[in-house]
Design a protein around this ligand. Structure first.
Ligand code: FES
Length: 349
């Protein structure tokens, strides 16, 4: 798992004044908002006796542990110990890890790492969020697979005719012409020609007698550490899915999706969009859950790659570099934070 990145932890409208527990990189966090609406992200482990702050209450900008009432401010510093006599000082070690948090593009993000602000990789841009011609829907599903397997699966174009042959792939034309990968330090993107399936049902009637293109262009992209974009150009408009592959643990992933469409933009079509997203994920799920080894190999040569795997290969190469640079955490490693108790709070399952 990669540290030193902004992780989208929750849909922004799910984070309010009531504390909310979320999990990422095998660690529990508590999210809440201050009186002025700023999102706060703290370790969800009280340093007194390990109570879950997410079961506590928020007042002002502080959160109170439900067990013995210790109160922490939005920087994670304990400011009140009710059982102590008033003249007794609060120990300096009485603090929980606090993580920089922001709200952007309808998500609450937390920076999970130890880099100073100026060295942090950027949050990827999601321009459709502020574009009034697009309508957004949310969807989420838990998959019993490692997040890098689910992440790579979305940019993997060549599985489409086989896994999604009944949805949007064409099993009769699985070949993929060569495509070029555009890469930065933090992302990679490619316009991939895919053969569309013969139109069925209503589409079949609409396109009867019309000549259909051999290929349509689908744009796939990944953004470090765990986001994938799928841009499908349909005859009626654009559908874009941003998948946030959140590592709950080494072998469990919470996939949160922000989906955007610029057609049928009334709320009446939201349910149908979610159903389509669910159908695609349910087709992917048994395949990614069955992949072995469960974890993505560290060595590029441990699996075979062909030309159509270019986006995944770009990811594995970049990941190898980041691992070399010490951005990888797993097992007993420490993710982040400056508390002496951090080893107890990180990657505990
Ligand atoms: Fe949190 Fe005691 S465990 S106050």
């Amino acid at each position: 798992m990669l540290k030193n990145f902004w992780y989208a932890l929750e849909f922004a409208d799910k984070v309010g004044r009531t504390p909310r527990q979320v999990r990422c990189l095998g660690q529990d966090f508590v999210l809440y908002r201050t009186e002025s609406g700023e999102p706060i992200c703290l370790s969800d482990l009280c340093v007194h006796r390990g109570g879950a702050l997410s079961m506590g209450t928020v007042s002002g900008d502080c959160i109170t542990c439900p067990y013995h009432g210790w109160q922490y401010d939005s920087n994670g510093v304990c400011v009140r110990i009710p059982a102590n006599a008033p003249e007794r000082a609060i120990p300096r070690k009485a603090r929980v890890d606090a993580y920089p948090a922001v709200e952007r593009y309808g998500m609450v993000w937390a920076f999970l790492g130890d880099l100073p602000e100026e060295q942090r990789p950027p949050i990827p841009e999601i321009p459709q969020w502020a574009d009034p011609s697009f309508r957004a829907v949310q969807y989420e599903m838990v998959v019993d697979a490692n997040y890098e397997r689910t992440f790579e699966n979305v940019v993997d174009a060549s599985h489409t005719p086989f896994v999604h042959g009944t949805a949007f792939g064409n099993p009769d034309k699985p070949e993929i012409p060569d495509f070029r990968v555009r890469q930065t330090d933090w992302s990679a993107e490619a316009d991939i020609p895919l053969s569309p399936p013969p139109p069925k049902g209503l589409w079949g009637l609409l396109f009867r007698g019309k000549e259909l293109p051999d290929f349509v262009t689908v744009t796939n992209a990944w953004y470090l550490p765990n986001i994938v974009k799928l841009h499908v150009r349909l005859p009626i408009g654009d559908l874009m899915l941003y998948d946030f592959n959140i590592p709950l643990s080494q072998d469990r992933t919470l996939i949160k999706i922000l989906g955007f469409r610029n057609f049928f933009t009334g709320g009446w079509a939201d349910g149908n969009t979610r159903k389509r997203i669910e159908k695609i994920l349910l087709q992917d799920r048994p395949v990614v859950e069955s992949q072995r080894p469960e974890l993505l190999p560290f060595d590029l040569s441990d699996e075979l790659h062909v030309r159509s795997d270019a986006l995944q290969v770009a990811y594995r190469r970049r990941r190898a570099q980041l691992i070399k640079d010490g951005w990888w955490v797993g097992g007993d490693d420490v993710v982040t934070g400056d508390s002496p108790r951090r080893r107890a709070t990180v990657l505990a399952s």
